[in-house]
Design a binder for this molecule. Sequence first.
Ligand code: ATP
Ligand code: ATP
Ligand code: CA
Length: 226
Amino acid sequence: MADRRNEPVAVIGLGRFGVALALELVKHGTEVLAVDNDPQEAQRLSGQLPHVVAADATDLEALTQLGINEFGRAVVAIGADIEASILVTSMLAEIGVPDIWAKAQTAQHATILARVGAHHVVTPEHDMGERIAHLLSGHLLDYIEVDDNYAMAKTFPPHDVAGVPLRDSKVRSRYGVTVVGVKSHAPPPGQLSEFTHASGDTVLMSGDVILVVGKVAAVERFAAAD
Ligand code: ATP
Ligand code: ATP
Ligand code: CA
């Protein structure tokens, strides 16, 4: 796969999602062409983003004039207007943009975007809703599902694994999770409290904050254990 990490990105649709995305890319040194069909919106953002253009992205001629065909990467961040989102995505695919990301509102929308040529489809509202549901369980400080049924969570260790090295508490074999990082609640004097790698020798103390990875059910069960 071609390495496009430093290539410019075209961001189409400057709602909250598109703007946050564009600003973050610019902050990290990526060149961004930001497009929105609302001239007032484009004008408002011109102080924050170096290249903002007011154009209707469903207009193939307008897209071509912007040189979108030269871009290695594009994100379709149009939301409510599902028809426009699909049309723009399919045009980008037809033009031959090699790495197209698109934001979907619903599962059906996601399916269509993939069919018309999006290489990556994201569903931020849906994913965030799921994530908050896991956080609401009360045992998790942070949670991310990194793949279907595989998750990383920030949580506290149950009492039965505290006080002995991970090797002896057999966390992995008993709970099906691996502890990857620990942040001590009581670091040695003069040391910062920050995350460090865990190994078989690591001794967890209750009150430490830990990072664990494993299957979703295993991570949930581990975090819910006292
Ligand atoms: P968010 O949740 O990110 O705020 P949203 O899902 O509510 O966004 P919209 O606000 O509907 O999505 O769309 C995002 C932006 O896309 C809007 O600023 C809108 O003007 C822009 N947009 C809509 N249609 C087009 C189009 N054809 N070409 C370019 N931009 C468009
Ligand atoms: P295994 O092949 O069973 O995973 P291992 O070869 O990694 O074990 P050790 O490192 O000696 O063997 O660890 C023994 C047991 O201690 C593991 O089976 C596991 O239950 C637990 N353990 C060790 N390190 C971790 C860790 N970082 N997180 C969770 N459990 C661990
Ligand atoms: Ca929205």
